[in-house]
Design a protein around this ligand. Structure first.
Ligand SMILES: *Cc1c(COP(=O)(O)O)cnc(C)c1O
Length: 236
């Protein structure tokens, strides 16, 4: 089978699974978008996939910048940990930055937005699995920092929340994490500062190859899928 046949088949399976999860769950969002995570994908695969799917995600600013310049017709998302000194590259190349994990980074993105003359769209990342190695605000932190976060959003758009569930064998284990993200989103959307700042947390970025089905059932609007999309391809 050719490269693009395998990619099309994997893509169809994932899009069908998303659609079925949407149909069976009352908590699912009406519109769910697939972010194809290309961080480990060979450049030939990335090029072939760009004929089939419009939205790509990268987790490192350097590779994001390089690939966004090669394929400017794609919509590129920054999904990985971001240092403040890379804020400008992320603002320049990404249509959405999923991984804002501190107030200082939000402020750096705001400054970069001003100097790039482009209002960045961002998601705030929550660490709900309480794993040391994962970045993100804890629920307590995001609640206590909410006033400051919304006040720092003048040059940018806070569009929603993102999380990564703990890696497990059974995708069902991730469901409580996804439900918690939706509940925190609903709670923050009701706070006075949110409406005062004109913020609507409509996006929930959650679910990866191993757990995107419960994520969609719990309300994901963006799923970030990498390895499953490139399964069965020979290493070039
Ligand atoms: C790599 C990565 C993904 C995709 O992971 P897969 O398990 O390969 O689907 C999703 N989100 C983030 C933040 C990642 O770094």
């Amino acid at each position: 089978m050719s490269l693009s046949t395998v990619l099309q088949q994997n893509l169809n399976e994932i899009l069908n699974a998303i659609r079925q999860a949407q149909e069976r769950s009352p908590n699912a969002a009406e519109r769910v978008r697939l972010v194809a995570v290309t961080k480990y994908a060979h450049p030939d695969w990335v090029r072939a996939l760009s004929d089939l799917h419009p939205v790509f995600g990268e987790n490192r600013p350097q590779q994001l910048a390089e690939r966004a310049e090669l394929l400017p017709g794609q919509e590129w998302h920054m999904i990985g940990r971001l240092q403040r000194n890379k804020a400008r590259a992320a603002v320049k190349h990404a249509s959405l930055i999923h991984s804002i994990d501190s107030l200082r980074l939000l402020q750096a993105i705001s400054n970069a937005s001003e100097s790039e003359g482009k209002a960045a769209s961002v998601l705030l990342q929550l660490n709900l699995s309480r794993e040391e190695a994962k970045s993100g605000f804890s629920p307590e932190e995001i609640r206590s920092l909410w006033s400051e976060l919304t006040a720092s959003a003048a040059n940018l758009k806070i569009c929603g929340l993102m999380t990564m569930a703990a890696a497990t064998e059974d995708p069902e284990d991730a469901r409580p994490t996804f439900r918690e993200l939706r509940e925190i989103r609903d709670e923050l959307n009701l706070r006075d500062e949110t409406t005062a700042a004109g913020i609507d947390l409509s996006e929930l970025s959650m679910g990866m190859s191993g757990d995107f089905i419960p994520a969609v059932e719990e309300g994901a609007t963006l799923v970030r899928v990498g390895s499953r999309l490139f399964a069965g391809l020979p290493t070039p």
